[in-house]
Ligand binder design. Structure first.
Ligand SMILES: Nc1ncnc2c1ncn2[C@@H]1O[C@H](COP(=O)(O)OP(=O)(O)OP(=O)(O)O)[C@@H](O)[C@H]1O
Ligand SMILES: [Mg+2]
Length: 266
């Protein structure tokens, strides 16, 4: 007889353990299987890279082709609407309506391209990009989303790759909270402590299942891969009042110097 096996990952290996019990339910032994999953991890990493490149390409194409064309059409229709209005023609209202619809389509295209291509989005810094993402959640997913940020985060120097990585982790954790947790509220926090930058995404949903390792999803393994690439740590756990907290913490330059300078000024 054996109890339900458990499994965990150990540096490129998947360890699965099953407890053997005798007829009286006493432990009679353990079966431990170590499977080399480094190849699978390598393929996952490649897939994440390919997806990243493809998303950037799509985002740029949307922004540069459809976005530019829509801008041209919207400006033209708005000019026609003005002309018709000047001549007090009844078609003016229809044209003005078409211009408004085109403006909405243009806004949507911008949102889509910025989501796919956060390099554009990140021009105002990671916090602003995450804040914009949070602000769009009620409209795009019907979920309240709060964004909190320590003032020190603005002083942290992040390269594009790290900003993009953290942005993607926030995006995936927020999407998971909507899709799987049925969350009503999501809170995203960016903070700095002891030379580490921390991104936490907390939801008030159903909570992460214990056996999530068995799912075929790519989101969590992608978050883990990105975090490892930044030399950081990813933790996913249930919150004290339920729901799920995803925490990604990475070492960062700039914070210790900035904190030192502040202490020296004080
Ligand atoms: N915030 C959450 N609340 C509850 N369950 C979650 C949450 N995040 C993830 N899960 C569970 O963990 C599983 C794995 O998540 P993961 O992001 O890896 O894959 P996915 O979302 O199912 O698919 P993909 O991200 O590839 O589209 C999910 O299928 C879901 O069961
Ligand atoms: Mg997911």
């Amino acid at each position: 007889m054996s109890s339900r096996p458990s499994s965990r990952e150990l540096q490129g290996f998947q360890q699965s353990t099953a407890r053997l019990s005798d007829a009286r339910g006493q432990c009679a032994g353990l079966i431990v299987v170590l499977a080399d999953i480094s190849e699978r991890k390598r393929h996952e990493a490649q897939l994440v890279e390919v997806m990243e490149t493809e998303q950037l390409r799509l985002g740029r194409d949307l922004h540069d082709s459809l976005g530019q064309q829509l801008t041209g059409v919207q400006l033209t229709v708005a000019a026609i609407a003005r002309r018709l209005a000047e001549k007090s023609l009844p078609e003016a209202a229809h044209a003005a309506n078409a211009a408004t619809l085109l403006e909405a389509a243009l806004r949507e295209t911008r949102h889509l391209s910025h989501g796919l291509c956060p390099a554009i989005h990140l021009s105002g810094g990671l916090f602003k990009a995450v804040q914009r993402l949070a602000e769009s959640m009620p409209r795009t997913h019907g979920v309240e989303c709060l964004c909190q940020c320590d003032t020190e985060v603005q002083e942290v120097r992040l390269d594009d790759r790290t900003s993009t990585g953290l942005y993607r982790i926030a995006q995936e954790a927020m999407n998971n909270a909507v899709r799987h947790a049925k969350a009503k509220t999501i809170v995203v926090r960016l903070g700095v402590c002891d030379g580490r930058l921390t991104l936490a995404v907390q939801d008030d949903g159903v909570g992460i299942p214990e056996d999530r390792e068995r799912t075929q999803g790519m989101g969590i393994s992608g978050m883990e891969h990105r975090t490892r690439g930044m030399g950081g740590e990813l933790e996913i756990r249930r919150g004290p009042q339920g729901g799920t907290i995803v925490t990604c913490s990475i070492p960062c330059r700039g914070t210790q110097e900035a904190q030192g300078e502040r202490r020296a000024r004080a």
